[in-house]
Design a protein around this ligand. Structure first.
Ligand SMILES: CC(C)(COP(=O)(O)OP(=O)(O)OC[C@H]1O[C@@H](n2cnc3c(N)ncnc32)[C@H](O)[C@@H]1OP(=O)(O)O)[C@@H](O)C(=O)NCCC(=O)NCCS
Length: 405
């Protein structure tokens, strides 16, 4: 059986192309409301379908993002809604979709594609490397004292999600601009995704609440959260479920978390998708009580190695020559000299040999070359090259993406 893989040309086709992944959400297709909201953030021409007759048996989409990388920002494909119906699995449909999607990114001049993977075994074969680590916490409310100065009083105001965008978007933008892994949010993204609170998103929990903290000069931090209440013989058992919280300064971050950790009549505070270097570790007197659990976060694929590596900054002068293997996107294969001026192809001897997945892993600063070497994922051809590469790629902040897209 052969399938035609091509991009969608109408909203109706887009809705059809995401039906395969909706199957795995337990529904046969998006509702009218879901399809309408998806259409506001996903251009139809960024959705690929694998068509059999008029029906899509597989689909893969790419959100047109502007991604923060160390020292800059660049256009990147946020890969989403990837699914192949169980009736057609393991016949190479995903492979065809990945081929078409990465070729399309390259044509469009998007040097990077990245995603959240449902399973960590799927995307390595297409050149994606694990690029960040994401944390989850669940802390008993009575164990949340700060290690030192809890900070002075601050103004916190609850706002309706309908009015929140104008207050919280500038805070997000200040944080996103300096945090590798975060993407710039458009008004449509705020309205159709972040601040949209239909019943089906609540998963039985409370409404989406938005609090804004002002330290005297306008909004400096915000949190989106749900109160999931519960009691047992009169004592609270419920949790504050933090959807997203951030501040544009250390003081603002300290304040927003103090607010969240102090909400009465709850037993626990839960949050997921936190950066692995979250300040709470050092703010709290008992960081162990966070019960911080880690899992893989973003997976990054350099679609155009030269453009992607040239778009980020480097922390040292001395260049390193990498020999890159890339079976799925052979235009990237070869030797690259990477230094403060960016990346260029070279005929010089390779100092480090690696697969393109290794570049994805170090790109945002989530992993180091030494870590890859210790896991035998790269080969050091010249003594000291791994340490020099670490000096070059060093960053001061862990990559973070606060939402699964
Ligand atoms: C994951 C999924 C898209 C794979 O689609 P598929 O059409 O069956 O994949 P293909 O037949 O093209 O397989 C390509 C390769 O990936 C491997 N592969 C596919 N899915 C895999 C999985 N879940 N785990 C491990 N390997 C997998 C195949 O074995 C094949 O390997 P090969 O290249 O060595 O032959 C499909 O199973 C699916 O829709 N799963 C549920 C939804 C989901 O997880 N989507 C991903 C969202 S991030």
């Amino acid at each position: 059986m052969s399938y035609e893989v091509r991009v969608c040309s109408s909203a109706a086709e887009l809705r059809e192309a995401v039906r395969p992944i909706w199957h795995y959400f337990g529904r046969s297709s998006p509702t009218d409301d879901q399809a309408e909201r998806l259409g506001r953030i996903l251009p139809v021409e960024r959705a690929h379908g694998a068509w059999e007759g008029g029906r899509a048996i597989g689909g893969a989409s790419a959100l047109p993002f502007v991604l923060t990388v160390p020292g800059g920002r660049l256009r990147a494909a946020g890969v989403t809604a990837v699914g192949v119906l169980p009736t057609h699995r393991r016949r190479g449909v995903l492979r065809m979709l990945m081929r078409a999607q990465l070729d399309d990114c390259r044509r469009r001049g998007e040097p990077v594609a990245y995603l959240w993977a449902t399973e960590d075994t799927i995307y390595g074969r297409f050149g994606y490397g694990i690029a960040s680590v994401s944390g989850e916490i669940e802390i008993a409310r009575e164990r949340t004292a700060y290690h030192a100065d809890p900070g002075g009083p601050f103004d916190a105001g609850l706002v309706g999600v309908e009015e929140a965008e104008v207050l919280v978007a500038p805070v997000y933008e200040r944080v996103a601009a300096g945090t590798p892994g975060m993407f710039a949010r458009t008004p449509a993204w705020w309205q159709a995704r972040v601040l949209d609170d239909p019943d089906w998103r609540r998963a039985g929990g409370g409404q989406l609440q938005c609090v804004v903290v002002d330290l005297g000069h306008g909004p400096a931090a915000y949190a989106l959260y749900r109160v999931n209440s519960g009691t047992d013989r009169g004592a609270p058992t419920g949790a504050i479920d933090v959807v997203e919280a951030m501040g544009d300064s250390p003081e603002a971050t300290r304040a927003i978390w103090r607010y969240l950790l102090d909400i009465d009549w709850t037993a626990r505070v839960k949050a997921r998708l936190l950066p692995v270097d979250h300040p709470l570790f050092l703010l709290l007197a008992e960081p162990r009580r966070l019960r911080f659990a880690v899992r893989d976060g973003l997976w990054v694929r350099l679609v155009d190695v030269g453009a992607a590596l040239s778009a980020r900054s480097y922390a040292a002068r001395d260049p390193v020559v990498f020999e890159v293997a890339d079976e799925f996107c052979p235009w990237n294969a070869g030797r690259w000299r990477v230094g403060e001026k960016g990346a260029e192809q070279t005929g010089s001897e390779a100092e480090i040999r690696c697969d393109v997945t290794a570049l994805g892993s170090v790109y945002l600063g989530g992993f180091t070359w030494s870590q890859l070497a210790r896991a035998l994922r790269v080969e050091e051809r010249s003594p000291g090259a791994v340490a020099r590469a670490d000096g070059l790629f060093r960053t001061t902040i862990a990559p973070w993406c606060p939402e699964i897209f």
